[in-house]
Design a protein around this ligand. Structure first.
Ligand code: ADP
Length: 665
């Protein structure tokens, strides 16, 4: 069979995986066609592709799952290959068949292999025949209640009932004793019917402390097959992965090799080609059992790329083009250790409830050979209700597990998202957790350690209030120095920036519906802040998204994002969204609007007018220097100067009257 190569590739997916596939394909000189729904009109994958076609409304069933529409666009655009990514149509045998019927190369395994792995029980039968180890269980067609109960009692308890059509952690029930079996069976069947339209189940022994270890396999159409080592995905919530790593900590090279060979055997048993993942339960005693095979690229494939130095999408395309695997088993080796953390819009403090909304700001850690970010989202994008709320994957690599973990903590601290709730702080806590550091892993890790990971107290500490207040004060000084023209800056109006007898300014901050009042006094050395009855001398420097802070001599750097009146502060993977009340910088004293007073303590460095001068509103009158910045003080109306009360070189207190006008008493 002569095989043509893919010269134009349609990516039947969205988000980070579409972007990731496009990057590799373009690097290989392949033109890329994106498809998009209403919600994705301005998405990154659309911008990145060479061309993009609209396929329908936002719900996946009206767009990314529309097999016929997608094939039609492949034809119209001249794409001769389709990469399905993961999810959506990636494990849909009918779609793969249609691609082949239309002479479009499906970047994935043969139709028969997808079908074989589509049912958990059929997959188990095939694996059993191929000599692949299975957890003790029953996966036959006879589904009568009495037989299932009998088989269950034979296996013993605890056991697991699984919907054979299940996926994504749905349709599973753990049963603790024989008397609970029938109830659990019925409940599992009900969920299976409503979720998958099929109530067939299998039952198997429930391992109480297993790890989820999976093997990346690759096969070509010439009969070559290799494994690219393992990934440990034991840290799960609701049977869904949170952090993955490669290699699996503590796995001996013998077990790795045995598992790898079994995975290759599993792939060969179904005539596999392309990228696949064979998932195993790895038990405490070192034994391992086939769980299922995913016939696509996995979300967590980048950790394998980091430890092998390979590009798995490039391998997929190479194999789809009918070429041999680029490397054979003895040319492959593990280098160092990698982690992937899935950054989700979700609330770890509220049962990981997905969050939706606009990402007003996203700041990424510096990426390099050690730190990689795969994302399809930038500042300003929206996480919608229609798709998976994953914002990005953060992947780190280093020479060993501990160094990689340190990289992960550092990169998470530098990963800043404003506008919605994320799991970033939770992931940072996980990466800092003793049991996780010791690699004391099993699939119940989060059940056991979840409590230790609940995120830190979200209320505002005095220090955070002080940092936010410092920001407000510096921002105002900056607005004044940058351009004297901002009509709303209190530095540029004498009316709004008047000082009362106490020379203090009120700053009102709102966080989680709680109002905080902070009082700020100018001092030669900075701002004296009164926060909850405590005095803090605050100094700092504001540069772009970074605030250098000095609170009573304790220096630190805080990153921040501003949108409108909202300030988000980021520190050590924690973040606080704070609303600054509009009137925060307006003096407490609104009377005595007339005379021109010093907005802060400083030195007079220039006097631009003399008694008797007629001045116009906005005309510069006096230049002061305070905190190493010059501040030009302007007339707030048309008037005449009566008296200049200070001379060049004079030190002036905050609130001191500088100039008296003729029309004022
Ligand atoms: P799904 O297809 O829904 O993801 P899997 O069969 O892959 O379901 O199982 C998902 C997770 O459930 C596994 O990663 C593991 O944590 C747990 N699990 C599955 N089978 C067993 C078992 N026999 N004993 C203990 N845990 C299991």
């Amino acid at each position: 069979m002569t095989q043509t190569s893919i010269h134009k590739l349609l990516i039947a997916n969205r988000g980070e995986i579409a972007c990731r596939i496009i990057r590799t394909a373009q690097r290989m000189g392949i033109e890329c066609v994106a498809v998009y729904s209403d919600a994705d009109k301005n998405a990154q994958h659309v911008k990145l592709a060479d061309e993009a076609w609209y396929i329908g409304e936002s719900p996946a069933k009206d767009s990314y799952l529309k097999a016929d529409t997608i094939l039609e666009i492949a034809k119209k655009s001249g794409a001769n290959g389709i990469h399905p990514g993961y999810g959506f149509l990636s494990e849909n045998a009918e779609f793969a068949q249609k691609c082949s019927d239309n002479n479009v190369i499906f970047v994935g395994p043969p139709v028969g292999a997808i079908e074989a792995m589509g049912s958990k029980s059929e997959a188990k039968s095939i694996m059993q025949n191929a000599g692949v180890p299975l957890v003790q269980g029953y996966h036959g067609d006879d589904q009568s209640e009495s037989l299932l109960q009998q088989e269950a009692d034979k296996i013993g308890y605890p056991l697991l009932i699984k919907a054979t059509a299940g996926g994504g952690g749905k349709g599973m029930r753990v049963v603790e004793s024989s008397s609970d079996f029938i109830d659990a069976l019925n409940s599992c069947k009900r969920e299976a019917i409503s979720s998958f339209g099929d109530d067939q189940v299998l039952i198997e022994k429930y391992l109480t402390k297993p790890r989820h270890v999976e093997i990346q396999v690759f096969a070509d159409n010439q009969g070559n097959a290799v494994h690219l080592f393992e990934r440990d995905c034991s840290v799960q919530r609701r049977h869904q992965k949170v952090i993955e790593e490669a290699p699996a900590p503590g796995l001996t090279s013998e077990t790795r090799e045995a598992m790898g060979q079994v995975a290759i055997k599993a792939a060969q048993a179904i005539g596999y080609s392309g990228a696949g993942t064979v998932e195993f339960l790895y038990d405490e005693d070192g034994s391992f059992y086939f769980m299922e095979m995913n016939t696509r690229l996995q979300v967590e494939h980048p950790v394998t790329e980091m430890i092998t130095g390979l590009d798995l999408v490039e391998w997929q395309i190479t194999v789809a083009n009918g070429l041999d695997l680029p490397l054979l088993q003895d040319q492959l080796s593990i280098n160092g250790h990698a982690f992937e953390a899935r950054i989700y819009a979700e609330d770890p403090n509220n049962d990981f409830l997905p969050a939706t909304g606009n990402i007003s700001y996203m700041g990424l850690p510096v990426t390099n050979a050690n730190v990689r970010v795969d994302s399809g989202i930038v500042s300003g994008d929206t996480v919608s209700v229609y798709y998976d709320p994953m914002i990005a994957k953060l992947i780190v690599w280093d020479k060993d597990r501990n160094s990689a973990l340190a990289r992960l903590r550092g990169a998470l601290s530098d990963f800043h998202v404003a506008g919605l709730t994320t799991n970033i702080e939770f992931l940072h806590q996980l990466a800092s957790n003793d049991a996780f550091i010791k690699a004391d892993l099993d699939t119940h890790f989060l059940d056991k350690h979840g409590e230790e990971l609940t995120t830190a107290d979200q209320s505002l500490s005095n220090d955070i209030l002080a940092v936010a207040s410092l920001f407000v004060m510096l921002r105002q000084s900056e607005a004044h120095t940058a351009d004297g023209e901002d009509p709303y800056s209190p530095w540029n109006t004498t009316s709004g920036w008047r000082l009362n007898e106490d020379n203090h300014h009120a700053i009102e901050l709102i966080h989680n519906n709680q109002h905080h009042m902070i009082t700020a006094h100018f001092r030669d050395t900075g701002f004296l802040l009164e926060v909850n009855g405590k005095e803090i001398l605050a100094r700092g420097e504001l540069r772009d998204n970074q605030l250098q802070v000095d609170l009573d001599g304790h220096k630190s750097t805080v990153k921040l994002a501003v949108s409108g009146n909202n300030l988000v502060l980021f520190k050590n993977a924690q973040s606080w969204q704070i609303e600054i009340k509009d009137n925060s910088l307006i003096s407490l004293d609104q009377d005595n609007q007339a005379n021109l007073t010093a907005p802060m303590p400083g030195t007079v460095i220039d006097v631009l007018v003399a008694p008797g001068d007629a001045v116009e509103e906005g005309q510069p009158l006096i230049v002061m220097e305070a905190m190493k910045m010059e501040h030009t003080i302007k007339a707030h109306k048309d008037t005449t100067v009566d008296e200049v009360l200070y001379q060049v070189g004079d030190l002036v207190d905050e609130g001191a009257e500088l100039i008296a006008f003729a029309d004022e008493e």
